[in-house]
Write a protein that binds this ligand. Sequence first.
Ligand code: PLP
Length: 394
Amino acid sequence: MASAVMGTYDRFDIAFERGEGAWLYATDGRRFLDFGGGVAVTALGHCHPHLVEALTRQAHRLWHCSNLYRIPDQERLAERLAGLSFADAAFFCNSGAEAIECGLKLARKYQQVVAGARERFRVITFAGAFHGRTLATIAAGGSEKYLEGFAPAMEGFDHLPFGDLEAVRAAIGPATAGILVEPVQGEGGIRVATAEFLHGLRKLADAHGLVLFFDEVQCGIGRTGRLFAYEWAGVVPDVMAVAKGLGGGFPLGACLATSRISAAFAPGSHGSTFGGNPLATAVGNAVLDVVADDAFLAHVRTTGAILHDGLCAVAARYPGVIAEVRGTGLMLGLRCVIPNRALVAALIEGGLLSVPAGENVVRLLPPLIIGAAEVDDALRIIEQACTDLAAKAA
Ligand SMILES: *Cc1c(COP(=O)(O)O)cnc(C)c1O
């Protein structure tokens, strides 16, 4: 696969030329059920008519406009995200990492300018976290494999075990500015934070004047069956990053915050050339039209529960292949006994796309629009892959 593209990805040798709903069609004629969703990006599947309509209508009017001027769709999307969440204000960008960068800058600025605590810059993060691939976000994530060769790592992050409140209490010091956590770790292996852990973080943040920052880049926008994953625990952050599903396949990210924190940003504090441009925010608004609906979210919860039950049944029949089913809503993981990549490869053979994750997990992140037929198809393919792999292992 020689190519002029830099070799940063370990790619499967498949190219897709068309997508429709939960299905992808490859250039070699094969058809795949897409339970990877571009890693939780295509929340409404491929070429959803409402998104195609919003994108093409906007494409005929105005693609880009600088943030030197007002952008009505951006203002509308910010108002809607605020109305649907704890937040009062949004900053728009083009990716998850940028949304995290914005939140990290905001946390520092809030502490150093609004709260008058100039010594506060450190942020507590957790093992297994993934926050992006910029220099700041690889330092935040703390994963050796992403930091390797990029020394020196940006200063200011304290990495603690996920779920360990005692460690957080002990690590908070005079330089601590905030706590950054994924309510459901995606890349780390579909690890769901307990409500007790998130409540404990909220209490510690309040007691010490820290910014509580949730990374919902993967678990937000309906993925868990609530619009935002933090709703499950009833724990409200001060700052939250979203991206992936927000644009349904169009690059769009946002950093949301309460007005107390966002007051730290003034004209000139932060910026982005492309962030929240007319095309991106037209699509973002169209995504919300569909996802921010009680019946739609109830459908995600129901479908997720059926898929979860089906996966548990398969796992019980193949204990030599699948050790555990994890996750919530349509953010599910299969912790494998065999190497996870072997299961991903076997599923591709059967026509199902999935995504490997940490802790030897295979992630299933199907479009939120799937129904009973797609769940049945997926379970059948997973069962067959398990049969084949169990026979090989024997
Ligand atoms: C994907 C992801 C990011 C980074 O998003 P990019 O758009 O790749 O920069 C950050 N946090 C989480 C939880 C993610 O899943």
